[in-house]
Each structure stands twice: as structure tokens, then as C-alpha cells.
Design a protein around this ligand. Sequence first.
Ligand code: MV4
Length: 608
Amino acid sequence: MFSKVLIANRGEIAVRIARALQELSIASVAVYSELDRDAVHVKRADEAYNIGDGPASENYLKIEKILDVAKRAGAEAVHPGYGFLAENAPFAQACEDSGLVFIGPPASAIEAMGSKTRARELMQAAGVPIVPGTTEPVATVEDALRIAGEEIGFPVAVKAAGGGGGKGFRVALSADELPGAFEGSSREGEKFFSDATVYLERYLHDPRHVEVQVLADRHGNVIHLGERDCSIQRRHQKVIEESPAPEWIVDEAMRERIGKIGVDAAKAVDYVGAGTIEGLFSAREGAEPEYFFLEMNTRVQVEHCVTEMTTGIDIVKEGIRAAAGEQLSYAQSDVHLRGHAIECRINAEDASKNFAPAPGRIGAYREPTGPGVRVDSGVQAGGEVSPMYDPMIAKLIVWDADRKQATERMLRALDEYEIEGLKTLIPFHRALLSTEQWARGETCRDLLEDKSWLKTLAFDAPVAAPADDEYERTVEQAYAVEVSGKRFDVRVVGPPFAGAGAAAASNGAASAAAPRAAKRSQRKSSGGGAGGDLLISPLQGNMWKVLVKQGDSVDEGQLLCIIEAMKMENEITAHKAGVIAELPIVEGEPIQAGAPIATITAAAESDA
Ligand code: MV4
């Protein structure tokens, strides 16, 4: 087994990995950007190194620097978590080349599954059912029209070969929609994956997203841990996941079938570690239910926790063991599912404003506890949620004997969760889990697009911000000191240090107080929009599309533009009805958090 492992990630997953390492008696090494100097994952690890010059969004992607730190710290392996370098085949290869173990599958498996057309070809050859369609790239619109018309039939899905997770996904209901869908998918593939290649699939009507967790070791053992149902998605981002799928949707025979598909898929690419086979489950009225391979995620996933709750198997630890060359601790016959688990992603987002990111400083913070409740988080009271990183700040997971009781337990835990200072999806989760649609196990697609329903989730007035004076009584303060880029924690006992810049480093180690928060006035933008006529950008990114022009009349909630940040498209909507007086944004150009997007004046005002 390893004695020291570097965690090339941040946030909750870095904390999750550090915990697994500690339980395995392995020392952990964190890396961090300037913005994350006081982040939870940094303190949770045994050592931490600053890799943070340059743009914050790129720090955790710096291959050379991360490998360098691993060498310097004496780590023998690197855990990539999810996102960032997790499914980067050149990174996996670079690790191996420099004598470090990449905790994950071989680079060849990442690469094979990275190309969706190659993956479909391989899966078909391995006898894994794929969504009917092409396994070869489709070169031209003319080819697409012919194949869709003669071989697949409309409607068709157009997907980017380099894509995944819904990026580059378009639907053509009929032939006249195909050119637009083809262009759109190809353009998005080129933009996000530098690969304009597209392929076609039969478009399934309202399928469920059902995936299966697999574990593989270097000795040829591959097992599955049952399915997860992740059908509740918003713009291809999962928001609620559960395991198993509702019992009236996936029965024991189907579970076995899906499990076998997962194992066959993993074996076909000589997989090692924890991985997930994503699929579409289609059960049309009167027809036999069908399950098709969609893609494989060659990493540990955000939602792995629901499977841990129902199987009792620590997926992260098994992944580390497998990477170290040990045998899996379980055979397939040791895997038994028990009860039901649900996960809610706690994102700093405002569901009532089209799920706009809502970064800011957290005030008071208290996580739910009690029977059957687990919180995997990467934040703390007084911590800053940066617009530079993913808005998912925590995951709330519950377990109970069945789906109905797990739902009730989740509602109780959501009630207990206190997060002051910023807007989160907690009200959204509470509302959604209280619906009949959820109780019936529907995909809730209409609900997630229902503007008037989402609007009912608006936050009352400004969310409670941390009181300025509450946090200044600290008498024992923790400071971070960096020596040659390596981080050390020191504690200073005495009156609060009043010098400029001290606030950011203090962390109230002894008292219950959180670090001194920023002044109220500086926190104003946390809701994503300033008061009055001016609409400001809640995040930094690239202006991907502008859908209105100066002089247009807009309704409150109308889509104005789309900002691309961290590979996500963020819809920005009008904060009020009126006329667009100013629109200082340009498609294709970068935009900073806090920069103006539009000035919207009351219609009467501009008529005058
Ligand atoms: C599909 C589909 C229908 N037909 N593919 C792909 C990425 C994933 N995030 C959603 N994807 C879909 N692919 C074909 N051939 C419908 C979806 C889909 C979806 C699937 C399951 C649950 C929720 C969904 C929401 C939007 C789109």
C-alpha cells in the first residue's frame, strides 16, 4: 500500500479522499490555489502546497506543477477526484511516466471511453447494447439526413463525439431540424473538446438516466454495486440522485442485466478502480423496458455516496486499494443492497433565477446530523464560495429503509441545514421532494423547466449575511504560513490582529466564531444582481451567446445571454421587466464577475 498520496483536487471530493487516506493510514498531500489558501480541503490534508499563480480556474489543471509537488512531497500516487484532471489521459500517462501511480484506470481506458464513437464501437463489439445509431462519425449534413431518414428514423439525437454529459447534445424532431442540430452539436464539440465530430442516435422519449457503479482490480476482478437513478437533471447537470432506482422501475432481473452490462463494459477496456457506466432506461407504455449504454465515466463520481450507503462499500478506498495492486475486498456475491439512499447536491445557486450561480461568503453554517444522514462538504462558516469554481459546495445524503422514508428523512435533514449568507438549492430540493411527481418516481422534466414553479422558490429579501461584529471576539487565531510554497498552520493567542489583510488568514480556531467577514457592503453582489436597473454578471466566464439587443423590451425572467464558465452554460435572465438601455456585452468576449451585463429601465421611462 502507498504511504503518501497527493490529492489533485479541491472542495468536498478532496476532503472525501483525505478521509479515505487517513483510514488507510496513508499520508495526504493537498494542493491549493491562492483563493483556496484557507479552504477546508487544505486543512484536512496532512501537508499542503500552493500551486496558485495565474488564473484560479487553471491551478488544478497544471500537470507539471502538480507532478512536481508530488515528487517534492514524496507522494507515490495521485488521486484526481472528479473534474479537473480526472479523465485526462495525458495526465494519467504523465503520472505513470514520472513513476507515480495514477489512482484510476489506465490511460488507454480513459482514451477509449473519451471518444464516444470509439466507445460505442467497442461496446457493440463486447455485446453491450448501445442506443441504436451510428458508431462511425457522420461527416456531413447530407450523410446525416440520409442515415436519419433511412436507417434510424426521426426524431434523432445529434451528439458530439468528444462530448459527454450533454455537451453538444441536440435533438432533431424532423428532417428540417437536422441541419441546425448538426451544426449546433458540431460547433459545441469544437468549442469545448476541440473536436467537431458528431454521431447520431435514435432519440428516446423521456428516458431515465440509470447508471451502474463498477469496481475493478488489476487481477481481473470486476464487480458492480447496483444502479443509481439520476433522472432529475437541470440542463444536463444532475441535481438529485438515488440508489436503487424506484423499485417499480428497475426490478431484480433488470438490475442484474444492467449490472452485467456494467461489468462487460469495464472488462472490454481493462478497467481498474472505480468507474460508472451511464445508460438510458426507456420504458414506453406497453413495451418491454430497454437499457442502453450511453457513456462510461472513468473516475469516481459525485453521486458515488448513495451507492456507498446502500452497499456499505467504501468506493474511494476500494479505488485506492485497486490502484495499489491489491485485490478488491468484495466478490460479487458479497454485494447486497439494503434500503434506499438519496443525494441532494447543495449548490450555491438560485433556482428561482434560472439556477444562476450565487457565490459569496458563508455566514453561520450548521450541517444536519442524526440517524441516516451524511454530509460530504468542502465549506465552513466564514468561507468564501468563489465564482471561479464549481458552485457545488456540499452533498447531503440520507439513507432509510425505503424510498418514502428516505424522502421524509431528506426533508428533515434539509430543514436542519443552516447556511447563512448565500443562496443555495435547499429550498428547491425541499419543494421538489414534496411533489407528487417525485413520489411517483417521474423524471420531473416539465417541473425543472417550469418558470412559474421555479419562481415560487424565490428567496425572501436578502439572505441573512454574517454580522460583522459577531466574528471579532476570537482570542486564539489560526494563521497559514507558507515556507517555500509549503503550507504550515500556526496558532497565535492574543487579541485579534487588526492589521490589514489579517482577516483572510484568521480562522477562529478556539472560539466558535468564524473568520471576520467582509463588510456588508462588499457582499452585495452575492445574489447575482445589483439592485435597481443594473444587472451584473454573477460569474467570470466567456460570453457564449447574446440573445437581445439594445432597445429591446424584455420581460422579467427573459433569457438575455449565456455565459460559459467551467464548461457550463449559465443562463442570465432579466432581473426586471423593461427596456434594455445599455448592453455592454459582446459575444465571444470574456466577462468578469461583477461586470455590467445590461441596464434595464422601466418601459415608460425610456419612452419619454
Ligand atoms: C439522450 C436522450 C434521448 N435520446 N439520448 C445525454 C446526456 C445526459 N445528461 C442527458 N442525455 C440524453 N440523451 C438519446 N438518444 C435524452 C437525454 C436527456 C436525459 C436523459 C435522462 C434523464 C434526463 C435527461 C434530460 C435531458 C436529456
